[in-house]
Every structure is written in structure tokens, then in C-alpha cells.
Design a protein around this ligand. Structure first.
Ligand SMILES: [Cu+2]
Length: 147
């Protein structure tokens, strides 16, 4: 059954191609009162993240805690700022590392989150900024998720 074997290997080859094409996933985060759930997610490079129930919330990677605007994302990555109330979806997050974001209206209540894409390449850099307050708690959450 020579023909049978080559048919099987052709089918196997096709399924490998298919699975790599559908491997990029979208991960959904829910806004719940003054928290994002889950607060920390680990995803693969190329995946996307979206937020739901965003009425009254935003997702924003631009922080102003540390004097001036600052983003806690990997070198070469692109941050984002959603519109108020928008169920926002990121572009594929291809640069590996830790991405911190917050909801501006509820940042005082600590409403923020962490996305870890692949290897946390920039966690040391973030720790080196000696984050304080809610930002420090976010970094702590990231550290715990990586233990
Ligand atoms: Cu909020």
C-alpha cells in the first residue's frame, strides 16, 4: 500500500500547516468593577488580547507615575491606548516580554494588568525603575506569575 502511506504523510503535512496557521490565539480579559480579570495572562508571541465589559474603562500602556510618560513594554514593542468604553483588541503582540497596562479612571483603585508574551525579557528593566504603589503591585503580580 505505497499509495496509502504517501496519502497519510500528505495529510499529516497538511495538518501541521493548518495547526500553525490557527495557533495564534486571542485572549479575553474582562473588566469587573475596578479590576481586570484575569489580572495577569501569559500568551505566546503573535497572540492578541481583547478586553470586554469596558463600559467606563480604558486600557492604556502609557503611565505617568514616574515623572513624564513612560511605557513598561519590551524594547521595540508598540503600546496602546483604547478609547473610553471600547472593547479594544491589540494587534498581534510579537515582541516577547512583559507589558503593563492600566485603566486611567480607576488606576487610583489599582485597576491594571500584566500581559507576559513569551519570555519576560524586560522584567529586570521594569524592576530597575523601582516602581511604587499600584505599579509596584502590578510588577509583584508579574513576578509571582513567573515563579
Ligand atoms: Cu476602569
Amino acid at each position: 500500500m505505497k499509495y496509502g502511506k504517501s496519502l497519510i504523510s500528505a495529510l499529516l503535512g497538511a495538518s501541521v500547516l493548518l495547526s500553525s496557521a490557527v495557533m495564534a490565539e486571542n485572549h479575553v480579559i474582562n473588566a469587573e468593577v475596578t479590576a481586570f480579570n484575569p489580572m495577569v495572562i501569559k500568551i505566546a508571541p503573535g497572540d492578541t488580547v481583547s478586553w470586554e465589559n469596558m463600559n467606563g474603562h480604558i486600557t492604556n500602556t502609557i503611565f505617568t507615575d514616574n515623572g513624564g510618560e513612560h511605557q513598561y513594554i519590551p524594547q521595540g514593542a508598540e503600546g496602546w491606548t483604547s478609547a473610553m468604553g471600547e472593547n479594544f483588541q491589540t494587534k498581534p503582540l510579537t515582541v516577547e516580554g512583559v507589558y503593563l497596562y492600566k485603566c486611567d479612571p480607576h488606576w487610583g483603585a489599582g485597576m491594571g494588568g500584566v500581559i507576559i508574551v513569551g519570555t519576560p525579557t524586560n522584567l529586570d528593566d521594569i524592576q530597575a525603575t523601582k516602581p511604587k504603589g499600584a505599579l509596584k503591585r502590578l510588577v509583584k503580580k508579574a513576578e509571582n506569575a513567573l515563579k
